[in-house]
Design a protein around this ligand. Structure first.
Ligand SMILES: [Zn+2]
Ligand SMILES: [Zn+2]
Length: 292
């Protein structure tokens, strides 16, 4: 374990987090990436320790240390409480070093959680659209997003904060009355209200696409459809899109809901991230993550 703090770019302080020496991922204070200790004194993340456990010749299951090869019976593997507490402190310090994008609706904790899901806490995102600031129509959204790619849509409804990442931008069809459907990397996420911590919601390969309406067109009865079943500017079954982009429809198939979900569900077990199928978001924001 080695933690060091050095001067980062721009005068800020960057904290290099202690990593598990087996998988090279940063340690966390709880969960699969929290450190577990073996009898030899070496620690690895809980997931890697599970991977080190083998049937021992004497019939007991034991973990063989990845560094010194000493065996620890499975029953003797313990959470490394001291190191877990130290990680909680380090993570809290690092969260304070992150600078929020100007004008974002996200709290520090939510923004920090999003950076974690994107896999890089040193990234700097830009808030390029907010319905409450820039206007609530599809045209307002298009004007602000322009041709930027790498977009995180943030949707806030009461205590729920969630959204979707799309690697592409909004690619309008040539004919404004038409629809454009295109493949890109798509995943959903929760930042608050559904899990104990910010959580990525992976969606099936088959649903990795986005469909957008031209300025005068529609995608079924909405303006934007993001794979994994998120609809913006949804007309509530009227067949015509809503003028307000904050009119949403969302559901996540129960097979794609990660463990630990405590938010709303329908009778089939699908997760309703906004609390119900149809809802009017309090806020929609788009963050520019950067192109690929
Ligand atoms: Zn590990
Ligand atoms: Zn060891």
């Amino acid at each position: 374990m080695a933690a060091s703090a050095g001067a980062g770019g721009g005068g800020g302080v960057s904290i290099i987090m202690p990593k598990c020496s087996v998988c090279d991922d940063d340690y966390q204070s709880h969960g699969d990436k929290a450190p577990d200790q073996l009898r030899c004194g070496h620690s690895f993340c809980a997931a890697c320790v599970r991977g080190l456990i083998r049937h021992h010749p004497y019939g007991r299951r034991a973990a063989k240390c990845a560094i010194c090869r000493a065996a620890t019976a499975e029953v003797d593997v313990r959470p490394n409480h001291g190191m877990r507490e130290a990680m909680a402190s380090l993570l809290a310090i690092r969260m304070q070093t992150v600078s929020l994008p100007e004008g974002t609706s996200l709290t520090r904790q939510e923004y920090y959680g999003l950076l974690g899901l994107l896999g890089d806490h040193s990234m700097k995102l830009q808030s390029i659209y907010r319905a409450s600031r820039d206007g609530t129509t599809y045209d307002d959204l298009l004007r602000c997003v322009c041709d930027k790619t790498g977009l995180a849509f943030i949707i806030r409804k009461g205590e729920y904060v969630f959204g979707a990442f799309i690697s592409a931008g909004i690619r309008l069809p040539d004919d404004p009355t038409d629809t454009n459907r295109y493949d890109c990397d798509v995943w959903h996420f929760s930042l608050a209200g559904h899990f104990a911590q910010p959580t990525k919601i992976e969606i099936s390969r088959l649903a990795q696409y986005v469909a957008v309406a031209g300025r005068e067109g529609r995608v079924w009865g909405a303006k934007v459809w993001i794979g994994g079943d998120l609809w913006l500017g949804d007309g509530r079954g009227s067949g015509r899109p809503a003028a307000d982009i904050r009119s949403c429809y969302q559901s996540t198939d129960r097979n794609e809901v990660p463990e630990g979900y405590v938010g709303a569900r329908n009778s089939y077990g699908s997760a309703l991230l906004g609390g119900s199928f149809f809802f009017d978001a309090d806020e929609i924001e788009v963050l520019h993550v950067g192109g690929q």
